[in-house]
Write a protein that binds this ligand. Sequence first.
Ligand code: NI
Length: 180
Amino acid sequence: MAIQPITKMGTPTLLEPSKPVDNVQLNKLEQLIQDLADTQQHHGGAGIAAPQIGVNLRVILFGFDVCERYPERKPISVTVLINPEFEPLSDEQELGWEGCLSVPGIRGAVNRYKKIRYWGQTPSGEKITREVENFHARVVQHEIDHLNGVLFVHRIANNNLFGFEEVLAKHHSSISGVIR
Ligand code: NI
């Protein structure tokens, strides 16, 4: 296990765009990927991006069987993506609660595209492309934002739906679901 300290909001590197991984670096990512997996698992997160453990490279990891932080969410197969990108498949957006390991104890409502296509390279060099929707689409958009120096707090749609997790939980029936 190599659980790494989480880089928290306020750290300038979280606001910087991360660098693409080139072919030389691709073969040296094993430790980084293991660290991302161990750190995400330790915190029960839905996903994690390399800048969150202090590495400004375009690598994300997401997926879980059961997510501690979002217990009502359906499983997403654990995926590592290098140089990931996405495009929306329609203009439709959905408002849902988000949190972030870099912003502990806070949740807020963020609009995300409901259906997206995303693609990237796996650690073995294979290219994958998927079309997904709902929470899976939300997680990927959140993680790719990290690679562009964007945190969910920058995208809060309504400041009345933003606050401390434990306080919000007293006033909203769910703070991990979609807001209707
Ligand atoms: Ni995050």
